[in-house]
Design a protein around this ligand. Structure first.
Ligand code: MRU
Length: 341
């Protein structure tokens, strides 16, 4: 696990604040942002200071405490829910906070800590359920080649309250001495794969190779990948899964090459209220993230852009979804319901 804590409550419930590791500054600087009011946290979520579906949910839960400190819980909850539209963990966590009685900073902080701790436990459980899938591939590949794993965006420790979702089996396998060769997609346009996944896996001593998104097909064709594993931002009742833009294309190419495509996500990422993926709201991001990302203009002034932050992978392309409650395989509505209960 990377040493810096991504989300931390500092001080007592009535007067404390939320400290976030500023993920926009990684990997060059380890800098923290102290959020003392809801507006600061809203902007931090929108700017991706804190990002990744489970981490957004955990941060918003703590944000509700900031609202209650000023006797503005309802306003805070409503406002935080407008920060980003796709990751359902945000709404899941806020709904859970709305049910807390009494609505005092202390009771809310207790619940937020519980959400945080439960998320950490879910990551470990996901890792344990996913590990045999990796080990099966290890058995399959001719020794002594390490298991080739391809991942997209960052579904790691930085994106959760624990050891990540897609990365959880990597951490557990590494601990057990299973050799891995992880390929991390750079993840255009905001480079979560390059800046965050490569950073945290390297810090953990896991073999990681950075590739540009458009190299994934070639890497699969060369036979370097035994399995693809990503996280998710929202999974519909039939198993269709929204994740960082580029995931769908990866699933299509993996299918073409007969490579299993896994999604790792906690039950808090499922939206059982929507029957399938077309109902998932897809966040649109600012043009500047494509045309002048990280401060350098790379496209002509005034060019039209289109920038969906997420795409939906249909359940038919997903080999299995790994949750803390077990493995959903095959991926369909009946099996989702059976595993999640
Ligand atoms: O825009 P981001 O960085 O919040 O997108 C994050 C992802 O797409 C992750 O893969 C997803 O939230 C799962 S994190 C465990």
């Amino acid at each position: 696990m990377p040493s810096p804590r991504n989300i931390e409550w500092i001080g007592p419930a009535a007067t404390g604040h939320l400290r976030l590791l500023d993920q926009t500054r990684l990997p060059n600087e380890v800098v923290y942002l102290d959020c003392r009011d809801v507006a600061a946290l809203w902007s931090a979520i929108r700017r991706l200071v804190v990002r990744g579906a489970p981490a957004i949910g955990v941060a918003a839960a703590y944000g509700c405490v900031l609202g209650a400190q000023r006797n503005e819980f309802d306003r805070a909850a409503d406002y935080l829910a407008t920060s980003r539209p796709t990751a359902v963990n945000l709404f899941w966590a806020i709904d859970r906070m709305r049910r807390v009685q009494p609505c005092t900073p202390q009771a809310l902080l207790d619940e937020a800590v519980k959400i945080h701790e439960e998320d950490a436990a879910m990551c470990v459980a996901i890792g344990k359920h996913a590990l045999p899938l990796l080990q099966r591939r290890a058995g399959a590949s001719p020794a002594p080649r390490p298991i080739g794993v391809l991942t997209h965006c960052n579904a790691g420790a930085l994106a959760t309250g624990g050891i990540g979702t897609a990365t959880a089996p990597m951490y557990l396998a590494h601990e057990q001495g299973v050799r891995l060769a992880v390929f991390a997609d750079e993840t255009r346009p905001l480079l979560q794969g390059a800046r965050l996944t490569a950073f945290e896996l390297q810090a953990a001593g896991i073999d990681v190779t950075l590739i540009c998104d458009n190299m994934a097909g070639q890497v699969l064709r060369e036979g370097r990948i035994d399995l693809v594993i990503t996280g998710a931002d929202r999974i519909a009742a039939n198993g269709d899964a929204a994740n960082k833009i580029g995931t769908y294309a990866l699933a299509v190419v993996a299918k073409h090459h007969g490579v299993p495509f896994y999604v790792a996500a906690p039950s808090s990422t499922f939206d059982m209220a929507i029957p399938e993926g077309s109902h998932i709201p897809i966040e649109q991001r600012a043009a500047e993230e494509i045309t002048e990302g990280f401060g350098t203009r790379t496209a002509p002034q005034g060019v039209k852009t289109y920038s969906p932050a997420f795409d939906v992978t249909p359940h038919g392309l997903i080999t299995a979804i790994i949750t803390e409650k077990g493995v959903i395989q095959p991926v369909d509505a009946a099996r989702v319901k059976a595993v999640l209960g």
